[in-house]
Design a protein around this ligand. Structure first.
Ligand SMILES: Cc1ncc(C[n+]2csc(CCOP(=O)(O)OP(=O)(O)O)c2C)c(N)n1
Length: 321
């Protein structure tokens, strides 16, 4: 366990991961109840990545996200009740009910509404990084993407452009091993995404994405370096999604043994265990966190349910052509 982090900070990371886990479980329940329309791509298992990275960012820094954005949004500071209202398609949602799950985001907290086109955020991030560099604001741009995006042209073009321009960008690949049902090792002979960075002359690192303290440490170093003009940097966080890709995924492309292997590395019990055994945190603290999270989710659900639907007139607001 990292000795540099305060107990307070570690408990905060634990709370954030727990919140995202419970939020996702609750969203799945609401989705099965038919309360949330469309489909959802869930983040259970990957919480350490969003939390470890976003906790280090300033509110003026920006992120881009993917079709799997709930964890990124909550970690970057989108308010849970506005995120949930967005999933319901309500007018009080963070995108006024027009984005839904796959376009969750909130410019006010530094998150471009998520882009569901695989590799889409990789293109947008270079424009953002270039603007930060030209304006000399000291802001950093973080691009979250899956390993599936690394065979898109946009991934390569954006890495190259960001590299030659020395942009303040951290590319965070969440390698959960599968792009939908396709295993990464079936579509790439390069074992690690991190190795691909060398082709563009930039730094990269492989990080244990199931360990929030490791992500926080490596993410913090990368963000600090990017802020000093030493970007871009690529982090490959090795992680696993505990659920299927989206709805109706029976997960026939992976074995129970493999799933169990990764569940044993679940970042939440892992940090909890370390806090209890190495710092002596009482289990009562975790019960307290669980109760607070549950209450916050109940309030958010009540808010979303009571919120008004988007009217036909509102649906036309923000349409430019
Ligand atoms: C350009 C493009 N091609 C295909 C899709 C359909 N699609 C949505 S998610 C996905 C898999 C993406 O895998 P990865 O990037 O590894 O992210 P993960 O789902 O593992 O988080 C695919 C193929 C898409 N949205 N965009």
């Amino acid at each position: 366990m990292s000795e540099a982090l305060s107990t307070e900070k570690m408990l905060s990371l634990y709370r954030q991961m727990t919140f995202i886990r419970r939020f996702e479980e609750h969203v799945y329940f609401l989705y099965l109840q038919g309360e949330i329309p469309g489909t959802v791509h869930q983040y259970q298992g990957q919480e350490a990545v969003a939390v470890g990275i976003c906790d280090y960012l300033d509110s003026s820094d920006w992120i881009t996200s993917t079709h799997r954005p709930h964890g990124h949004a909550l970690a970057k500071g989108v308010k849970p009740h506005e995120a949930l209202a967005e999933l319901y398609g309500k007018a009080t949602g963070c995108c006024a009910g027009k984005g839904g799950s796959m376009h969750l985001g909130e410019p006010a907290v530094g998150m471009v509404p998520a882009i569901a086109i695989v590799g889409g955020g990789n293109s947008v991030i270079v424009g953002m990084g270039l603007a930060f560099k030209l304006r000399q604001t000291g802001q950093v741009a973080v691009c979250f993407f899956g390993e599936g995006a690394t065979n898109e042209g946009a991934f390569h073009e954006s890495l190259n452009f960001a590299a030659v321009q020395h942009l303040p960008i951290v590319f965070v690949c969440e390698n959960n091993m599968y792009g939908a049902s396709t295993a990464y090792n079936k579509v790439s002979l390069v074992e690690n995404v991190a190795d691909r960075a060398h082709a563009y002359g930039i730094r990269s690192e492989i990080v244990d994405g199931m360990d929030v303290l490791a992500v926080y440490k490596s993410g913090g170093e990368a963000i600090t370096a990017a802020r000093k003009g030493e970007g871009p940097i690529l982090l490959e966080c090795k992680t696993y999604r505990f659920t299927g890709h989206s709805r109706s995924d029976a997960r026939g492309y992976r074995t129970k043994e493999e799933e169990n292997f990764w569940k044993e590395r679940d970042p939440i019990p892992r940090l909890r265990h370390a806090l209890i055994t190495e710092i002596g945190i009482s289990t009562a603290i975790f019960d307290e966190i669980d109760n607070e999270v549950k209450a916050e989710l109940q309030e958010a659900t009540a808010f979303a349910r009571m919120s008004p639907d988007v009217t036909p007139e509102q649906a036309l607001e923000g349409v430019y052509a």
